[in-house]
Ligand binder design. Sequence first.
Ligand code: SF4
Length: 277
Amino acid sequence: MKDPKITFKDRETAEESLQPERIELDTFTRPRKRVFIFLLLVTSLLLLGLAFLLWWVPFVGLANIHEWVPVLLAVLLSGIVLVSLGAVLTLVFTIVRGKNLFFNRRIRGVVIRVVFPLLVGVGRCFGIKKSEIRRSFVAINNQLVMAEAQKVNPEKMLILLPHCLQNHDCDVRITGDVQNCKSCGKCKIKNLAALSEKYHVHVAVATGGTLARKIVVDKRPKIIIAVACERDLTSGIQDAYPIPVFGIFNRRPFGPCYDTDVDIDLVEKGLKTFLIN
Ligand code: SF4
């Protein structure tokens, strides 16, 4: 059977081969990247237009003060625009090519702290749902996390799960220790506990954002593989920064927060991608 992990292209250099094996990007990112890139480019155009206005309006009046003032302002604004465009193009290149750029970690920070809130506002003007932008954001974040090329030992990895994965009828207390699961098979906690044992990785179940933050502070992981809905993954990625969070969406066949499900194969692929062999 074909190894589901990652493929190395023959032409990749030895340096590139040090990067973590890449999960099939299609699985996590392809359907959602377009929204993010679209909003990014639209925002850039809007900023470009704003910069032009900021130059043009004073130009009409400033020329009366001194003939060089409008030119100096144009040079200044052009510099700002060029730097901004350079940053946007670098980000787009990173997203499209999945290459590990030397300031990748900083770019992830800018995306999380600045670009995402900006795009939510722009997306609202275009009638794009917040949940769709969140899905796109998580997909882009995943790609940047993969591009960061970080591999860790099992004790430095944390799998963070939402409590709604547990079957609603089960009264076993798994929030303290997932290994308390009796492996009855009514929910995927059984499989996730088995993965934890197989790869010697911490698995924790959080009932909310506060507990999730406490778990992260206690465990001090270097990378987190988180399963949750769009909203919780987005806030979790923002809260945990600079710790990289690889997000996997849960499935909600019975609606939100009730007997949810997760693709175990995706979780295992994530483990294999970021664990030192
Ligand atoms: S698999 Fe574990 S957590 Fe899920 S219902 Fe059974 S005992 Fe409870």
